[in-house]
Write a protein of this length. Structure first.
Length: 193
């Protein structure tokens, strides 16, 4: 575990990097009942990472429901968590709880066809990248393209369809597939820079 810098006046808080800069504060984690719109369990953590807060939060929820005399509620619930909680340890832990659990991984957007086809998402993603890189343009790598091996189709980072130009290109012992896109799409592409 990484050493945590502490604050003299508030040693339990943490230095947290946000979109607005670094702040001294807490990470608030809440478990809520979506159907009844109530918070069942909430805690403030003096750490940036959400991953380490999942197990203690779920354990506390189970204890609270047992104390209320409703332990069956814990077992019959469906539990969802965002990608900030995703880790191998958390997946193993959630499997051991008996909960019907759903947790997004960090790459779910790259597999979701709605994000692949969304020009808005791709444009916003590129704007965030430019902000992080202080406006420096980048060349796209193969990871920026969405290739479907079964249909041999591809979408560019802006979500436009491409077509198979050459199946087997062998250079220096490596195998490649070449795909092409329409120039008319590239000319007006918001990611052109």
């Amino acid at each position: 575990m990484q050493a945590r810098k502490s604050n003299i006046t508030d040693p339990y808080s943490a230095k947290m990097t946000t979109s607005k800069g670094t702040i001294q504060g807490y990470n608030g984690i809440a478990i809520n009942d979506d159907k009844h719109q109530i918070i069942l369990q909430a805690q403030a953590w003096g750490s940036v990472a959400e991953q380490q807060t999942l197990k203690p939060s779920v354990d506390q929820l189970r204890k609270q429901l047992t104390n209320l005399g409703t332990p069956e509620t814990f077992i019959t619930a469906k539990f969802t968590a965002d990608s900030g909680f995703h880790s191998e340890n958390n997946l193993k832990y959630m499997a051991s709880t008996g909960l019907d659990s759903y947790m997004a991984d960090n790459a779910f957007r790259s597999r979701n066809p709605l994000f692949k086809e969304s020009e808005t998402y791709q444009t916003e993603k590129e704007k965030r990248r430019l902000k992080r890189s202080k406006g420096k343009p980048k060349q796209f790598s193969r990871d920026d393209f969405y290739f479907d091996k079964t249909t041999k189709t591809c979408r560019c980072p802006a979500g436009k369809s491409m077509w198979l130009q050459s199946k087997q290109i062998i250079t220096e012992g490596k195998h490649y597939t070449r795909l092409s896109g329409f120039l008319k799409h590239c000319r007006v592409c918001p990611l052109q820079q």
